[in-house]
Design a protein. Structure first.
Length: 315
């Protein structure tokens, strides 16, 4: 492919050679210079730059341990991207925000497995990530000619990585749970249709697998979501139902039910993920019933009510 098809500030042939060499770290340029160029490409509207070059090379170097002594600095360099153009909807700024979140999730995944980051860095990133996520206005999954934006899905991946972090205790996990509810219940014009519900449900599952939150916290949270999908008692003759946010919440609850029923697993090859997801979360059976109660209440005309089994009596 000719370099003339690319932005003049990037050198795709150089990076294609890196990919062909098994993503080995080049010796001809300083690491900070290479990283700065890749991070810049990570937010580029051209999907070939960000998805075919920047993302696979950065994640490859993470896996190789290239950044193990520099992980805090790498994350600190990405965090400002969460605020880039925040509040805009429909322009390309969402790509910078979304892929900053995705790379932060990858960095946290490396820390979750290798225990590299200090507590204060992760807590700071968690504050910034949750602040961004509930304020994100652009929920597009796929953008024609620009590829995946996926801010909601990538943000869910980031929350799932935070949920698995040893730096997050009961208080921080409770905040994450509330952030997920705020995200799905906040009014929007977008109906999610690119797997965002599955990825948010997985973030909830990661929280539940920590077994730090008992049912006295989780059940009211589920009921809050259930209130968001119940048809209103009265509405105007021209008001559509379900609203986009109610549809999104409903889909997430159904995804959560399926994941609780079938079970989920972490990323292959990560020892600590294997440990975390080795057994079902505590109170799983009770939580399934609470989730089903919310789904049933969404369409009470459709589902049979829950009834207690009646004792069989002889004649």
């Amino acid at each position: 492919m000719s370099d003339t098809l690319w932005s003049p500030s990037y050198r795709p042939t150089y990076w294609q050679n890196v990919l062909q060499a098994g993503r080995a770290l080049p010796a001809d340029r300083p690491l900070d210079e290479l990283t700065a160029e890749l991070v810049e490409m990570l937010g580029h509207p051209n999907p070939r730059l960000r998805e075919d070059i920047a993302y696979p090379i950065l994640t490859g170097w993470l896996d190789q341990g290239v950044y193990d002594d520099l992980l805090s600095g790498l994350g600190n360099g990405l965090v400002p991207g969460l605020q880039y153009g925040l509040g805009h909807d429909g322009d390309s700024s969402v790509i910078r925000r979304s892929y900053s979140a995705l790379m932060l999730a990858e960095i946290l995944g490396r820390d979750n497995d290798q225990l590299l980051l200090p507590n204060n860095a992760v807590l700071d990133w968690g504050d910034r990530a949750t602040s961004w996520y509930v304020r994100e206005q652009d929920h597009r999954g796929w953008i024609p000619e620009q590829g995946w934006a996926h801010a909601i899905a990538h943000g869910a991946d980031l929350l799932a990585a935070l949920a698995r972090s040893r730096h997050f205790g009961r208080l921080e996990l409770t905040v994450l749970l509330d952030v997920i509810a705020d995200r799905v219940l906040t009014p929007t014009s977008y109906i999610w249709r690119h797997g965002e519900d599955d990825r948010l449900a997985f973030a909830v599952m990661a929280l539940l697998h920590r077994n730090e939150l008992d049912t006295s916290l989780v059940e009211p949270w589920l009921k809050r979501l259930g209130e968001g999908i119940k048809p209103p008692r009265t509405r105007g003759p021209l008001s559509e139902w379900p609203s986009a946010e109610a549809a999104n919440t409903s889909r997430m609850l159904r995804s959560l039910h399926l994941q609780l029923a079938l079970g989920v697993q972490g990323r292959p090859g990560l020892h600590r993920d294997e440990q975390l997801f080795a057994a079902q979360p505590a109170h799983r059976a009770d939580l399934i019933l609470v989730v089903l109660d919310q789904i049933r209440a969404e369409s009470p005309w459709l589902y049979r009510p829950t009834t207690r089994a009646q004792p069989v009596t002889g004649e």
